[in-house]
Write a protein that binds this ligand. Structure first.
Ligand SMILES: Cc1ncc(C[n+]2csc(CCOP(=O)(O)OP(=O)(O)O)c2C)c(N)n1
Ligand SMILES: [Mg+2]
Length: 369
């Protein structure tokens, strides 16, 4: 995809596929027969939708970054480099399933059907945004999205509750939530896991191990390997490569299938890397905290660049009248226009849809009298 000198991390700016890394990408799903069969069942249309989802996620984040630079908003929490953990997982779900994304999983919101204009309006705090200007944590229950919760780890018990409701209603649906490596060390995480295991709930917990908790690297915040959390609860565990969207997709599909069969909770652990800061304000700091080699290593593994190369070079026929490269460029252009139009609409809202200060304490959990 097009790279943006002003917004992309330096490792992405002149991104070229590394042959050894591409070989790693292709063999990753091929070496496991079960994952291979899940990926083989993907139609060209579904591949294209997966690709567009990744691009949409990146361009949504780039829009926010642009707004920060322009002074439209003060900061944004981005998922740059981690898009595959969100998009691959959401695309593996079925109708009626519910997700509980962290703020870094904004891609889950648009792939579950929320409008990007509304997501951007939330950042602008407009009256016509999902929380009517009260919170930048937004969801839409009708679309199966539970809003992120600021207290990290808190979505695990909430999603266990959603999973319990599915079980009680004898529905075949599952709940999926993402948890950061740091957040697996919270009380809420353990309470949620304990409940999900005791009641065999159809819950998939996706541990998004980006190897840092805010500004504390993994080796400083955790003594035990990240994959061990599943063992504590005797939960079925899967490990996948968080930058390989096909691996994430296949693994989540297998995890979801088991959860639907009453074998939950399932823990999927995915290693990935944050190619920026905790938010836009500390990008420089994270370059000092994390090793440069880590940025180089993960920079070569841009989830979008790898998947785009895979699709362009594969003999899957994405369209009959165009080459795969042409159809991917066309898809990117479509998503680009969609996100630009959403940004235009959101900025338009900011001109006239301003919340009334007198009503700001209405519709919240606890107002101050
Ligand atoms: C319960 C709670 N404690 C502390 C914080 C402050 N905080 C916000 S993000 C974060 C780090 C969480 O680490 P991780 O789960 O790895 O997420 P990442 O930083 O990778 O997004 C912390 C400590 C919080 N939001 N909630
Ligand atoms: Mg983390």
């Amino acid at each position: 995809m097009k790279r943006y000198a002003a917004y992309d991390p330096p490792e992405y700016q002149n991104w070229r596929p590394d042959p050894a890394v591409m070989e790693e990408f292709r063999t990753r799903v091929m070496q496991d027969p079960t994952r291979r069969s899940v990926v083989s069942a993907l139609t060209p249309q579904r591949h294209l939708r997966l690709y567009k989802g990744l691009v949409r996620n990146r361009l949504h984040d780039i829009t926010l970054k642009r707004w920060v630079r322009q002074g439209v908003i003060s900061k944004a929490w981005l998922g740059t480099g981690e898009e595959a953990t969100t998009i691959g997982a959401v695309h593996a779900l079925q109708k009626g399933d519910m997700v509980g994304p962290m703020i870094r999983n904004a891609g889950a919101c648009h792939e579950m059907g929320m409008s990007i204009a509304d997501m951007l309006r939330a950042y602008l705090g407009t009256e016509d945004s999902p929380s009517r200007g009260r919170d930048i944590h937004f969801g839409d229950l009708a679309k199966g999205v539970i809003a992120p919760i600021s207290m990290v780890g808190a979505l695990v018990p909430v999603c266990a509750g959603v999973a319990l409701s599915f079980k009680l209603q004898k529905k075949e649906n599952i709940a999926l939530t993402w948890v950061g490596d740091g957040s697996t060390r919270t009380t809420a995480f353990h309470e949620g896991m304990m409940c999900a295991k005791a009641l065999s709930l159809p819950l998939v917990v996706f541990v998004q191990d980006n190897q840092i908790a805010l500004g504390t690297p993994l080796e400083s915040h955790s003594a035990a390997p990240m994959g061990r959390v599943a063992t504590i609860y005797a939960a079925t565990k899967y490990i996948c490569n968080g930058n390989n969207v096909l691996d994430v997709y296949a693994t989540t599909a297998l995890a979801a299938e088991l959860a639907r069969l009453g074998k939950g909770p399932i823990v999927v652990t995915a290693k990935t890397f944050r190619m920026g800061g905790h938010a836009t304000h500390d990008e420089g700091e994270s370059r000092k905290i994390l090793r440069e080699e880590a940025f180089t290593y993960w920079g070569k593994r841009d989830p979008i660049g790898m998947y785009e190369t895979f699709l362009a070079e594969s003999n899957l026929e994405l369209a009959t009248d165009l080459t795969n490269r042409e159809i991917l460029e066309q898809a990117e252009q479509e998503v680009h226009e969609e996100v630009e139009e959403a940004a235009r609409q959101a900025l338009e809202s900011a001109k006239h849809s301003i919340p009334n200060p007198a009503e700001q304490q209405l519709g919240v959990f606890a107002g101050v009298s």
